[in-house]
Design a protein around this ligand. Structure first.
Ligand code: FES
Length: 113
């Protein structure tokens, strides 16, 4: 399917998450505290709840239900109760400033940056 446009970059302020659906997959588009955008599966690996409703702290997303924190670069939980990583997807930002748009490819893993 390739990368699909999901939102404007301006729709995701620093340290926040936006819930979108990409090719049928629930995705949280997250901007970390440094301003970098990430995309992860918007379902906790511990139970079926939306991670986009949790808190962004640094480069982690905290599940609001039981508090596991997932690394936005790797999807790895930092501690229980979640033990399984969540999928991390490729994010592409096209354009500059207020016109920049965010694309997510749920078939691709992130390119190291
Ligand atoms: S549902 Fe996310 S840590 Fe339990």
């Amino acid at each position: 399917m390739g990368a699909l446009q999901v939102c404007k970059a301006a729709d995701v302020p620093v340290s926040s998450a936006l819930a979108v659906v990409v090719d049928g997959v629930p995705v949280a588009v997250v901007r970390d505290s440094e301003g970098t955008l990430h995309a992860v599966r918007d379902i906790c690996s511990h139970a079926d709840v939306a991670l986009s409703e949790g808190e962004v702290d640094g480069c982690t997303l905290e599940c609001w239900l039981h508090g596991s924190r997932f690394d936005l670069r790797t999807g790895e939980p930092s501690g229980p109760p979640a033990v399984t990583p969540i999928p991390v997807y490729q994010v592409i930002v096209e354009g500059d400033g207020d016109d920049a748009v965010v694309l997510v490819d749920v078939a691709a893993t992130p390119v190291p940056r």
